[in-house]
Design a protein around this ligand. Structure first.
Ligand code: DX5
Ligand code: ZN
Length: 228
């Protein structure tokens, strides 16, 4: 399974978003953090900025919605041109209906879990999703320290994916950097969001390449990947 690196523009210069998007053109996806000041204590951007970003880059957009009432708003991000839309389990009243709606509209459907939300209640929903996002910080801000206590949840999720034979991508987001990405890959993640580790680097494209190399090597030695 291929490793994917998704730089988060939350750590970019918001006055130069088009340029910042193009600075990581070798990336697999551009991770776009949408925050509403209700679900998380921070406010970022919405549909009009996503529409502009779609026009500004060839890299597909991975929209991470940290917003309340996801059932109502998520479809608008598909319409805006996002290739993948992630809603939070804690913010969706009807996650199965919402995932089906996102897929029917032509985007990849993804669901995120905050650190205190367990994966187990969602086991039967996993076939409805294209990606599961495990937050490795409390959502809301870039530049926070990686929560090692999330590694067992990543492992358990990878086991569920294998048990059911799913093609589900497993994304990690928060504090992912050169010093933590190998632990994530070893535990079972295959899609890595990195904000400050990419945009804080002097050469963001080079940072993406270096993270990808590290993740690939760690995956090659990981027990979960060797089983396949
Ligand atoms: C945090 C966001 C992340 C954030 C990650 O709530 O969801 O995507 O940009 O930033 P770093 O990689 O700096 O922790
Ligand atoms: Zn995010």
């Amino acid at each position: 399974m291929a490793v994917q690196i998704n730089p988060s523009i939350l750590s970019a210069d918001f006055s130069r978003l088009a340029e910042e998007a193009r600075a990581v053109e070798g990336a697999d996806w551009l991770h776009v953090d949408v925050m509403d000041n209700h679900f998380v204590p921070n406010l970022t951007l919405g549909v009009p900025v996503v529409e502009s970003l779609v026009r500004a880059t060839d890299t597909p957009l991975d929209c991470h919605l940290m917003i309340e009432d996801a059932d109502r708003w998520a479809p608008q991000y598909v319409e805006a041109g996002a290739g993948s839309v992630t809603f939070h389990a804690e913010a969706a009243a009807a996650p199965v209906r919402l995932a089906r709606e996102i897929r029917a509209m032509g985007a990849r459907a993804s669901m995120a879990l905050k650190p205190a939300t367990p994966i187990e209640p969602y086991e039967d929903l996993l076939p409805e999703l294209d990606m599961l996002l495990i937050m490795t910080v409390e959502p809301g801000f870039g530049g926070q320290a990686f929560l090692d206590i999330m590694l067992p949840k990543i492992r358990r999720t990878r086991e569920l994916i294998s048990k059911h034979g799913l093609e589900l991508w497993l994304q990690v987001d928060g504090g992912v950097s050169a010093s933590t990405i190998e632990r994530c890959a070893e535990a079972g993640a295959d899609v890595f969001v990195a904000g400050s580790a990419v945009y804080g680097a002097s050469d963001p494209s080079q940072a993406v390449r270096a993270l990808r190399t590290q993740a690939r090597e760690a995956t090659a030695h990981a027990a979960w990947a060797c089983d396949h």
